[in-house]
Design a binder for this molecule. Sequence first.
Ligand SMILES: Cc1cc2nc3c(=O)[nH]c(=O)nc-3n(C[C@H](O)[C@H](O)[C@H](O)COP(=O)(O)OP(=O)(O)OC[C@H]3O[C@@H](n4cnc5c(N)ncnc54)[C@H](O)[C@@H]3O)c2cc1C
Length: 468
Amino acid sequence: MRFYPSVRTRRSKGGEFSIRKFEPPYWAFHLGSATSAGESSVPQRLRSKIVIIGGGQAGGRLAQRLAADPDRFEVTLVCREPHPPYERPPLSKGVLLQTASLGTCLLWPESDPAWTRVERHTGVSAETIEREARTVRLSNGERLRYDFLALATGSSARRLTSPGSELDEIYHLRNIDDAVAIANRFVAGKRLIVVGGGFIGLEIAACARQRKLEVTVVEASDRLLARVVPPEIAGLLAKRHAAEGIALKMGSMVQRFIGNSRGAVKAVELSSGQILPCDLAVVGIGAKPETDLARAAGLDVAVGIRVDASLRSSDPAIFACGDVATFWHPLFEQPIRFEAWQNAEDHARVAASVLRGEPAACDFVPWFWSDQYDLSLQIAGLPYLGSSVVTRRLSSDAVILFHLGPTGRIFGATGLGKVESIGRDVRGAQALIAARIHPNPAALRDPHQRLRAMLKEPAPAGPDSFFP
Ligand SMILES: Cc1cc2nc3c(=O)[nH]c(=O)nc-3n(C[C@H](O)[C@H](O)[C@H](O)COP(=O)(O)OP(=O)(O)OC[C@H]3O[C@@H](n4cnc5c(N)ncnc54)[C@H](O)[C@@H]3O)c2cc1C
């Protein structure tokens, strides 16, 4: 997961990113109203044709939600991958451990009759959006007409450009086919190098170790998860990975990959000159949003596709949701982009409501988790907005850090421990963040104090800004 404060505005400056919370969308009047009568009794012209590009977490869930309302929507789903929509979090967990498969990761079962109400184009890419004509051209030459278009194109794995990057046995992990290929290469005793000490790299390393590979993690920064978790949490995680037998090479860059006579990687040379022999390597150095289609269509793109709190882009007939959307967040008063499962789910819910003409805005508190061994790492809110940290020690192996702004308002929480140890407090922190609470630090520190009891804490007088 990465949090992107793509533009650090001081306050809402109005304009296209002003919060149009609960304003009925202008097209609501053209949709007609849903009736309880059967599909056939609804005049065709009252149904909106919705084309969704990207059949991942956000696009697949949006299709499912809209397909539940056949009186209102004709749904078309276009996806580059040949598979039905599936969830990605198990790819770096259960699929690598070979306890999960495509079948167990599906977003909604193939047997669901609602699927018959979705026109599916799988294994096909959307290549051009023709906004004037309201059509999308596909890689197979077909053209799809839309009333409303939802872009849910997600992210793609970043690639290294170091010499030798094209050798065999060097993998990336973004989709189910990548995960199955990597899982099949996890043979006990093989030497694996994981490039990148971020969430995905560490989950891959933990799974490989559980499958008895010899694992080295190479990380450019001087600590794990440098961009997203505080040093204390990173340190605890590093200690656990080392205790599991993983070698951590911090502050190390890949200089080049060295191949054998069959064109497969046999070693990695670091910038220090050290050579690490290996049988395979997995590169996990982050992801980038898939914005090419939107950019070529002339939509406003920041890091992701810029949308308002209702997920409408600079073209009101086009929405963006999931990883690819940089959306206005009313609670934090700034545009934000997340790469997280919950965010994709929330966006699908908001986009479906807005298309139905119901009031909805992306004002939820972000939440992300990562599983490594029996540890759960959970992040709520936007920790990077905090200027001070209060630590609550829940037990010898569970801790939660609260991130407070300059006025004492809580903006985030980062927890590490067994899921049953930290789950309740992370959920409590989410409630405090949503309510813009300024909790008493002494009470936050005390594990016996219930966080929800702090929901009544009075806010201090003065401006409630998180900017120093
Ligand atoms: C290995 C892995 C593990 C993860 N683990 C966690 C976790 O533990 N916790 C967590 O909170 N989050 C996790 N995430 C993040 C989470 O899965 C993503 O944030 C979520 O999948 C985003 O959903 P999305 O629909 O925006 O994009 P995606 O799920 O990536 O779906 C986008 C789809 O659009 C398709 N597409 C792109 N361009 C086109 C085009 N032009 N035409 C047609 N189709 C196109 C892509 O092929 C893809 O199928 C993980 C992600 C990965 C990759």
